[in-house]
Write a protein that binds this ligand. Sequence first.
Ligand code: ADP
Ligand code: MG
Length: 248
Amino acid sequence: MTASIVELHGVGKSFRSADGHSRPVLEQVDFHLREGEIVALLGQSGSGKSTMLRIMAGLVPADRGQVRYRGQPMSGPARGISMVFQSFALFPWLTVRQNVELGLEARGVPRAEREAKAEAAIALIGLSGFEGALPRELSGGMRQRVGIARALVTEPEVLLMDEAFSALDVLTGERLREDILDLWDSGQMPTQAMLVVSHNIEEAVMMADRVLIFASDPGRIRCQLSVQLPRPRDPDSADVRALIDEVY
Ligand code: ADP
Ligand code: MG
C-alpha cells in the first residue's frame, strides 16, 4: 500500500450561522491522500469542499476528528502543502515574479535563491518572459499560471486546487489542465499528490485517478470511484461514459 501523505479521520467542522446556531458543514469525513495520486473532489456549491481543503492545508482547525500529515497531527499551516484558488488571489500591485516569490519570502529564503526558484517555477508553467508583468496585463489563463507557479515554487508535496479552472473559459481551462497533466506525467511536477476540487464531472474524470463525491448538508464523502485510466483520456470513451453514468 502506498504511503498516505495527508489523512483525515472522522473530521467534522461547524460554523455559526447568522441566527447564532452552530451548523455542521463537514461530518465524519475520512480520507487519505496517497503518494503518486491525483484525486478529484466533486460536490455542489456549499457542500464543504473548500472547508475540507483549508483543513487539509492546516489553515483552519477541524472541530472534530483528526488530521495527520506524514503521520503527525496537524498543527498550523503545513509547509508541504500549497493551494491554488479559483480567484487566483494575486496581489495586483506586484509583478509576476514578486507574486511567485511571496511564499519563499515568508520562509526566509535568501533573495538570490528566491529569484532563481521563482524563475524556474515561472518557466515550468510556461510564463517565461512575463516575470516583470503585472497581473492586469495578463489574460485569465496566464494569471492562474502565476497562481500555480506561486504554489509550486516552494516545491510542495501536495498541491490542492480549489476550482482552479472554473473562472477560465472552457478552452483556456482545458489547455491549462492538459499542461499540468503533461508536467505530472513527465515527472516535472515537484508535487507527489494532487487534490483537484471541481464541480465538473468530466474535468474530474479527465484528471483524476480517483473521484470522491461530496454529499451536501452536512458535507461528507458519499462515494469513491476509482478510475484507473491511462492518459491521454478520451472523454467519449466507453470507460469514461460508464463512470459518468454511474455517478448520475
Ligand atoms: P464549497 O467549497 O463546497 O462551496 P464551502 O466549504 O466554501 O463549500 O462552504 C460550506 C458551507 O460553510 C457554506 O454554507 C458556507 O457558507 C459555510 N462557511 C464556509 N466558511 C465559513 C466561515 N468562515 N464562517 C461561516 N460559514 C462558513
Ligand atoms: Mg469552494
